[in-house]
Design a protein around this ligand. Structure first.
Ligand code: ARG
Length: 579
């Protein structure tokens, strides 16, 4: 709906400055609420018009804004135009504003609200491959994997909502010497029964125990090396055991991801690109990019002056490939298989260097599409613990979030009326995790804090869910009086206008997140919306109001509820109706 007004104002500007209206669209934005004394709806950046050559860049900017404002005559749609500090502000006719903003929200809400905005027209909406989560088999699922999982899911959801074709990929750590230890260790300490019962736990235990024992036991060390050699030579028995580990791990992960509402289109992994990795080395060789280091390893020179001052090792001296070699092969293979237009890797910032090297080598090999590969780095999480101790598996965090939330909920009387309090507690607990994680810039480290993230008041995921359930219950209680039409002149109080002005920004907020892939814009937008809704509950009661007023207010709450739920889903949060 923001589009409707943006277009009209742009047309007005186009006529006044004798330009095509399109050029003004990017310079117009909804006025954010934190500016005090906000009355206007849109502002025009005169500065941007100057940079784009639409106004002379030499003149006095304040004067230019004033002249422009004076030149533009108010009309029945744009009622007020004013200039201040080089910015021209526009206020739309109130009744029309309310009417247009709430038009899309009938009884069902509007799942597409804001998503068809023309702001998105200049996005290159092709196929995006997002690789995220990517845990290592038989190892810990640490906080970094959790962050990768929820951030990657957010990016995929966002892109999908904006009309991209999204491929969601999980790239498992399913290859390396650890499988020598695991395979040989399973013979010593493993048990098929336990593997079936609790696969992740059992594989981890076997791995940890074998790792420890092999430190001072030469026989075990050899057994591990031998098992890995068998794997590399694709000997049947070793391969089939490895396959079993992998399959069982993927199955188990799928179950846990389901609790998070997350799925993957493809489970890939390092093991999928072993032969291709050798081919990559040959290509590097034939392109003259492969050098031999003093230690006999194969390296690619990445130094700007070609003096080997900065190199990347792609081949061990025994001829085996490394993590980066497999990533090179994987990237090339993905491009051939999925024809992506862009690829996004989500891992913690300690791997930034790895990905820069990866992209640099791909470019050196002539793969210009590497320009459209991107690493989204994030900071470290300190102190992610449960009541019983360290977090080893994703399940541990989810169980803890659910248990703590269930505790908190048991103090409220509505919990007893719920069909499935555990399920609700799980969804709310997960929202708390997500909002805590998404509130700041992704690159920042943060301290994990159960108590703070689970507070019902304050800027938490629980607060988002609480607001959503409160709106749902208001809508439920008034089902009888909802109507297809409403009278916009009954929603002219500042409280309703403020909510609608906030909703006006929704497409811009999504656009901003699509630009820098940071969830904080959307999170903070939704938290602000919830604060406005809390105020509106007090100021604009439905109960006890005349029918037409109640109907209009319900329409407003319906719209707010719908945008809140849509935004939550993009973040990866499942809105609950009761809690
Ligand atoms: N499995 C790796 C880890 O746990 C993350 C993989 C990231 N993706 C990649 N293409 N290298 O650290």
């Amino acid at each position: 709906m923001a589009c409707f007004f943006r277009r009209r104002i742009a047309a007005k500007l186009g006529r006044a400055l004798q330009q095509s209206e399109d050029v003004f669209i990017p310079a117009l934005s909804a006025v954010p609420l934190f500016k005090k004394q906000k009355t206007a709806d849109f502002k025009l950046s005169v500065n941007m018009l100057r940079t784009n050559g639409l106004l002379p860049s030499s003149g006095d900017i304040k004067l230019q804004a004033e002249n422009l404002a004076a030149q533009l005559k108010p009309d029945s749609l744009v009622e007020d135009i004013s200039a201040d500090h080089g910015v021209v502000s526009f206020t739309v006719n109130r009744k029309l504003f309310v009417q247009k903003m709430l038009e899309p929200f009938g009884k069902q809400g509007d799942e597409k609200f804001g998503l068809n905005s023309e702001l998105f027209n200049n996005l290159k909406r092709g196929t995006t491959l997002v690789e995220y989560s990517s845990p290592n088999i038989a190892k810990k699922f640490h906080a970094g994997h959790l962050r990768s999982t929820i951030i990657g899911n957010f990016i995929a959801n966002l892109k999908q909502s904006l009309g991209y074709n999204v491929i969601r990929m999980n790239y498992l750590g399913d290859w390396g010497m650890q499988f020598g230890l695991l395979g040989a260790g399973f013979g010593q300490f493993g048990c098929q029964e336990r593997l079936k019962q609790n696969p992740l736990q059992h594989l981890f235990e076997v791995y940890v125990q074998m790792n420890k024992e092999a430190e001072h036991n030469e026989n075990l060390k050899h057994a591990a090396q031998d098992f890995f050699r068998q794997l590399e030579q694709q000997e049947c028995q070793a391969v089939s055991l490895w396959q079993q580990f992998r399959e069982i791990t993927v199955n188990e992960y799928q179950q846990v991801y389901k609790r998070l509402g997350i799925h993957f289109d493809i489970y890939s992994g390092e093991s999928c690109h072993l032969d291709q990795a050798q081919k990559v080395v040959q290509q590097l060789q034939s392109q003259g990019l492969l050098k031999t280091s003093e230690r006999g390893t194969g390296v690619v020179d990445l130094s700007p002056d070609g003096d080997m001052s900065s190199v990347c090792t792609v081949l061990r001296s025994n001829g085996t490939t490394l993590y980066i070699t497999r990533d090179l092969a994987a990237a090339i293979d993905r491009k051939l298989t999925y024809h992506f237009d862009e690829m996004i890797y989500v891992t913690d910032k300690s791997q930034s260097n790895h990905f820069q090297q990866l992209f640099q080598i791909l470019l050196a090999m002539g793969h210009s599409w590497a320009e459209r590969c991107q690493h989204v780095p994030f900071g470290l999480v300190q102190g992610m613990k449960t009541r019983t101790g360290e977090v080893v598996f994703l399940e541990d965090v989810l169980d803890e979030a659910r248990a703590r939330m269930l505790d908190n909920m048991s103090q409220s009387k509505t919990t007893k009326e719920m069909d499935d309090p555990e399920d609700t507690a799980e969804k709310v607990g997960i929202s708390a995790l997500i909002v805590q994680d998404f509130k700041g810039p992704l690159q920042s480290d943060y301290k994990f804090d159960w108590d703070r993230m689970l507070q019902a008041q304050g800027d938490t995921g629980v607060f988002l869910q609480y607001t959503h359930t409160r709106l749902c219950s208001l809508i439920r209680r008034n089902e009888g009086i909802e109507a297809a039409t409403f009278d916009p002149s009954l929603l002219l109080e500042q409280t309703s206008i403020t909510i609608l002005q906030h909703l006006l920004r929704y497409d811009e907020v999504l656009y901003q997140s699509a630009q820098d892939l940071q969830p904080k814009h959307l999170v903070n937008f939704l938290l602000k919306l919830c604060h406005l809704i809390a105020f509106a509950h007090r100021q604009l009661p439905v109960k006890g109001s005349p029918q037409d007023v109640a109907q209009a207010r319900l329409r407003l709450f319906n719209g707010a509820c719908s945008v809140l739920a849509n935004g939550m889903r993009i973040l990866g949060i499942t809105p609950v109706d009761k809690m």
